[in-house]
Design a protein around this ligand. Structure first.
Ligand code: FAD
Length: 420
């Protein structure tokens, strides 16, 4: 069943990124085959925030109504101090939707992944499980993947194989970078938090010294999602066994009541150590292109990891669509042109997201006078000031020129002009 078949695109990895690419390219009329290592397609974990730059794309793919029916549209994102519980700043999400034209939502990971999987089946993506790709080769006019049962070729191979990508070493010898932070998650039926004085209408982020805590309702308000993240002293000391539940309790001692009440509801049998990678500015070699976390795994502070993967898929498929609209047939596609257009615009955007996420996370976790100063600055922020998020939540750029133009505040544009 895994013999070479006639496909236009091979996608390695059936996570959110790989499935998004498969759906988008199939909607353009291409034949796409997805090779997934796991025995089943699925997602572990809990909630996911998806910003307007993602819901805009899901709408174009015809998936936003389904995603809306499964997710939650919170009223606000509220940032609070994790020690004293006071509010620091907020984003009004109704106003945010009005500004960008699309909602900021939260959804269970498995619901977003499931929506993409159903869409992939509906459009006829060839979905294959139990295939772990171990190598890549360039071929005459395409590329090939190698796995236990042989070798398959296609004009192009999209490697969406995550943080530990097998394809990335073709391009870069970098390794995942440990942040020494670890995440605990827990999604519970909403009645379990009824006595906890939580806001079920908002995404609330408590930021504090070496730790933060996130809360929001999921699944149409039936479930409540919490994420507890902290810096592990054992990781800093170079110990192997880091991020354990005893460290969780120590890290959150001295937090406000809303946070300490939430801690007993975290899943304690598994945790996620937080890694990212340094940005790389080229994701393409020959006819193999990286996509999603394989290309740009971020720290999660801007909540744009899955969103960037979906943007990657959209940009790739739109460049295919432009060639088809210009009169080429699928067989005549200029893949080198598509891949270089993709590589010209996505790495720089994602570089900025990765480095900004690191800086934003550092600001969440400061202590002492830095914390006092941070709180003062955040309290000063006007709630209708979008200058820090326009570049993220505005429409996804297809070219570097569009990226430069898109939603850049006038002050920054002038500064850029004078520095030339
Ligand atoms: P993955 O999900 O890692 O998928 C890779 C797939 O490839 C897997 O199915 C894997 O089995 C398969 N695979 C791997 N190797 C092979 C191989 N050799 N052969 C075949 N198949 C293979 N993002 C947001 O947008 N919003 C958020 O709010 C958000 N919050 C987050 C919170 C936390 C705590 C964390 C850790 C991440 C968060 N993210 C968030 C990031 C987001 O989860 C990831 O960026 C996203 O899931 C990456 O998707 P992907 O498809 O690129 O990679």
């Amino acid at each position: 069943s895994k013999a070479t078949s006639a496909v236009d695109v091979l996608v390695v990895g059936g996570g959110i990124g790989g499935l998004a690419a498969a759906v988008a390219l199939t909607q353009q009329g291409l034949r796409v085959r997805v090779l997934e290592r796991a025995a089943e397609f699925g997602e572990v974990g809990a909630g996911l925030q998806i910003a307007p730059n993602c819901t805009r794309i899901l709408d174009q793919w015809g998936l936003l109504d389904e995603v809306k029916s499964l997710g939650v549209l919170p009223r606000n994102i509220v940032m609070k101090d994790a020690v004293d519980g006071s509010e620091l700043t907020r984003l009004d999400l109704a106003a945010t939707e009005a500004r960008y034209g699309y909602p900021y939502m939260v959804i269970h990971r498995s619901d977003l992944h499931g929506t993409l999987l159903r869409a992939a089946r509906a459009v006829g993506v060839d979905l294959v499980t139990n295939v772990a790709v171990s190598g890549y080769e360039q071929t005459e006019g395409g590329a090939a993947v190698v796995h236990a049962e042989g070798r398959e070729e296609a004009p192009v191979v999209i490697a969406a194989d995550g943080l530990h990508s097998v394809a990335r070493p073709l391009i870069s010898d970098d390794e995942p970078v440990s942040s020494s932070y670890v995440a605990y998650r827990g999604a519970v039926p909403i009645d379990q938090v009824a006595a906890n004085d939580v806001s079920t209408d908002d995404v609330v982020v408590y930021v504090g010294p070496q730790r933060h805590f996130v809360q929001y309702a999921l699944r149409g308000g039936e479930m409540f999602n919490q994420v507890a993240v902290f810096e592990s002293p054992k990781a800093l000391a170079g110990e192997e066994d880091w991020g354990t539940p005893d460290e969780l309790d120590d890290a959150f001692a001295g937090s406000c009541e809303q946070v300490t009440k939430g801690l007993p509801l975290m899943w304690r049998d598994r945790w996620w150590r937080m890694f990212d990678r340094d940005p790389i500015l080229n994701w393409v070699t020959g006819r193999v292109a990286l996509l999603g976390d394989a290309a740009h795994p971020p720290l999660q502070y801007l909540a744009q990891g899955a969103v960037m993967a979906i943007e990657d898929a959209w940009v790739l498929s739109e460049h295919v669509g432009r060639q088809l609209a210009a009169g080429r047939s699928v067989a005549e596609l200029d893949w080198d042109g598509v891949l270089s257009a993709y590589d010209a615009v996505r790495p720089e955007h994602c570089r900025r997201v990765l480095t900004t996420a690191r800086a934003w996370g550092e600001l969440w976790h400061v202590d002492g006078e830095a914390r006092v100063w941070r709180n003062a600055v955040l309290r000063e922020r006007s709630v209708d000031d979008y200058s820090y998020v326009d570049w993220l939540y505005g429409p996804t750029a297809l070219t570097p020129d569009e990226e430069a133009d898109m939603f850049v505040p006038e002050s920054q544009r002038q500064a850029a002009a004078t520095s030339v």
